[in-house]
Design a protein around this ligand. Structure first.
Ligand code: LHQ
Length: 260
């Protein structure tokens, strides 16, 4: 069974984590599959939106905890796995100038939860949940969790979630601003694909610039952000999609964006 399923349809690259018997926990094969999918997303202009989800009843249970021999003698270096796999993945996702939608179909725990938070728009099934499981095994949040969570939910909620490892329901996750929308379980696949297809038919370069501006704002001053907006607007205004958007508006028709 392939650890990652990848299908490209109508400009959407759908990536399905596919180790359902382990709640889609990360192992090197999953990471390699994700790295390959990212390379394709970065280089294939026909891909204009990514959609990430999980097979079976879970989204992703984080790092596969059966991969390491706990009885082995000597110190364990968890940093190298992060440097080899997780960090490049998260950085590539944030830098990709295309939208990434996450459809959290079930439990998202540990690195699995924070992998979801690294996506640009998160939809969650009503029965999904989020667990900062790290503390339960004596670790600290990784995969960007200590960056994303306080920014999305506020320091107090982030702290309590990380320190208790309590399960957060999809409804509370929506209330906290961790997910954009909750969708009934049986509608998640269809609704997330509809959103992904809509964005794939959108002005891709504009969407990439929106992503850049939103993420830059977290660390920028207002003055720096205004400058960035000006630079992005100046650049995007030279493209075909702006002309098409305005022309379509004036002609009272739907725009046909080409993504540039
Ligand atoms: C699993 C896993 C799993 C293997 C469920 N691994 N099999 C860490 C270390 C190193 C470097 C990098 O970074 C990290 C980051 C991390 O991600 S640390 C956090 C790792 N994840 C966890 O601690 C979560 C562990 N899983 C759970 O707490 C539960 O499975 C949850 C709450 C996610 C779901 O609970 P249930 O719905 O009750 O399902 P289950 O526990 O029965 O799991 C179903 C199967 O999946 C089961 O296998 P089995 O053969 O007994 O049916 C689990 O063993 C397996 N599984 N998570 N991470």
């Amino acid at each position: 069974m392939k650890p990652i399923l990848v299908a490209v349809e109508a400009g959407v690259q759908r990536i399905t984590l596919n180790r359902p018997e382990k709640l889609n926990a990360f192992n090197p094969a999953v990471h390699q599959g994700l790295a390959d999918a990212m390379t394709r997303a970065e280089t294939d202009a026909t891909i204009r939106c990514l959609l990430i989800t999980g097979a079976g009843r879970g989204f992703c249970a984080g790092q596969d905890l059966t991969e390491r021999d706990m009885k082995a003698v000597g110190p364990i270096d968890l940093g190298s796995g992060l440097e080899t796999w997780y960090h490049p993945l998260i950085k590539r996702m944030r830098a990709l100038p295309k939208p990434i939608i996450c459809a959290v179909n079930g439990v998202a725990a540990g690195a699995g939860a924070n992998f979801a938070l690294a996506c640009d728009i998160v939809l969650a099934a009503r029965s999904a949940s989020f667990i900062q499981a790290f503390v339960k095994i004596g670790l600290v949040p990784d995969c960007g969790g200590s960056y994303f969570l306080p920014r999305l939910a506020g320091t107090q909620r982030a702290m309590a979630l990380a320190m208790t490892g309590e399960r957060l329901s999809a409804e509370d996750a929506e209330r906290y601003g961790i997910v954009w929308k909750i969708v009934d379980d049986d509608k998640l696949a269809q609704e997330s694909m509809a959103l992904a297809s809509r964005l794939a038919a959108g002005p891709t370069r504009s969407l990439g610039f929106i992503k850049q501006a939103m993420y830059a704002s977290v660390d920028n001053t207002l003055a720096a952000q205004l400058d960035l907006e000006r630079d992005l607007q100046r650049e995007i205004g030279k493209g075909g999609d702006y002309r098409e958007g305005v022309t379509a508006f004036l002609e009272k028709r739907k725009p046909d964006f080409k993504g540039w």
